[in-house]
Design a protein around this ligand. Structure first.
Ligand code: ATP
Ligand code: MG
Length: 393
């Protein structure tokens, strides 16, 4: 029954010059997202609004699902498009629309009309009153409430007539592409996909880096990360996933440094390699899924030592103050959870010590990293150069 969608977005983001950037990015993201849907659409903007018109048959539920993943949208209103066949006919159409959409008619409503076409014979106040009357006559249990109606029946008179009353909540946030780019350290866990989602929500485009340790980590573990990147990209748009072979660096650290410091030193090298890749791809920051106190490597002391490894870029940790349960809720919401909990090995857990340091001292860690001087630069270079780049989305 619906042939179009009216896309609403937060006014606050579109003040002044930013308006065009914001709207154009949003149109671009909507077009991209709709490619997933079977059907043809036209996406365009008119004064302060974005419209999606269906040009063919389409799957309504699928379209709504796709649109609710586009950042920058606050609400999606499915629209019935009517030919202008006179006012009487319009009243009939509204009455029949109400019947189809609202099974339970014990509701309050208000008619809100707008004449974008000024030559329409009735003025908006008259339209409101007369359509309202027609609805009241048809359904005795409905009543008008002009202040807080449960249902707002919107009628827009343009070349054709747009009728809508349903509003589906959008994803919020800012359109991808309005906020620069950041590089996500993406593991196979629950946290990092959620961290990427949260930064992307603010309009930031993503690239991702995954460290694996073949043959100790399997092809299946890597595929799981590719799948997670795919899930995040449904929100964040296309991204490159850089798969870095970390085996030789991990082994070298294992052979050269105290075992209880393996994890923290390894994490410092992950940050360094990720920063190198991020600078190459013009990212303005790194993103991790760290949260204070979640594991030994995420105590405040550990975070200090990990953070120290990044010399040029800020590290964004959107989950820093979240409890696991709160992270799980978002993971479920974005459909990542089922994939995240698949039990495949992670490179971090392979040579991990029985009792890793929980309060590492930066000076001592730096001193022990000196043990790596001989080969680390070469291993670093090889890891960066031999990385595989997978196009996602
Ligand atoms: P996650 O659930 O995201 O895996 P975690 O609770 O397992 O996180 P850690 O293993 O300490 O925590 O990792 C902290 C962060 O470091 C991760 O959120 C991720 O951003 C990054 N990270 C960890 N392992 C990898 C990896 N193999 N490849 C890329 N990034 C990683
Ligand atoms: Mg992990």
């Amino acid at each position: 029954m619906f042939q179009a969608f009216l896309i609403k977005y937060a006014e606050i983001a579109v003040k002044g010059k930013n308006r065009y950037l914001f709207e154009d990015a949003l149109v671009h993201q909507i077009v991209r997202a709709l490619r997933e849907v079977d059907g043809e659409f036209k996406v365009y903007k008119t004064q302060g609004r974005i419209h999606v018109d269906a040009l063919s048959e389409f799957d309504y539920d699928e379209t709504i699902a796709v649109l609710t993943r586009v950042f920058g949208i606050t609400a999606i209103c499915p629209v019935v498009v009517l030919e202008d066949e006179g006012f009487e006919k319009l009243c009939e159409e509204v009455v029949s629309y109400v019947d189809k959409v609202y099974a339970d008619k014990d509701i309050s409503f208000k008619v809100n009309s707008r004449r974008a076409r000024k030559n329409y014979p009735l003025e908006s106040m008259e339209i409101n009153a007369k359509v309202g009357e027609a609805v009241l006559n048809a359904y005795a249990s409905m009543h008008v409430d002009v202040h807080q109606p449960e249902v707002m029946i919107n009628i827009e008179i343009r070349e054709r007539i747009y009728l809508y009353s349903i509003s589906v909540k959008g994803a919020g946030g800012m359109p991808i592409g309005t906020g620069g780019k950041a590089t996500l350290l993406l593991s196979g866990g629950i946290d990092s996909p959620v961290a990427g989602y949260m930064i992307a929500k603010r309009g930031v485009k993503l690239e991702a880096v995954y460290f694996h340790a073949p043959p100790y980590t399997s092809e299946r573990a890597k595929q799981k990360v590719v799948d997670l990147a795919q899930i995040v990209s449904r929100y964040s748009g296309e991204m490159k996933l850089h798969v870095v072979n970390f085996t030789d660096i991990q082994k070298y650290i294992y052979d050269s440094c105290p075992h209880d410091e393996l994890t923290i030193i390894m994490r410092r090298y992950m940050m360094r390699i990720a920063e190198h890749i991020a600078l190459e791809n013009h990212s303005l920051g790194l993103i991790t899924g760290e949260s204070i106190g979640q594991v030994a490597s995420q105590t405040m002391q550990s975070l200090l030592v990990t953070n120290d490894a990044c010399e040029q870029l800020p590290v964004y940790r959107p989950l820093i103050g979240f409890d696991k349960q709160e992270i799980v809720e978002i993971s479920e919401k974005i459909d990542a959870y089922e994939t995240s909990i698949l039990p495949f090995e992670d490179c971090c857990t392979i040579w991990v010590a029985q009792h890793p340091v929980t309060k590492p001292n930066l000076g001592i860690i730096k001193k022990h990293e000196k043990n790596l001087e001989e080969q680390i630069d070469e291993l670093f270079k090889v890891a960066v150069e031999t990385r595989e780049i997978i196009e996602i989305g």
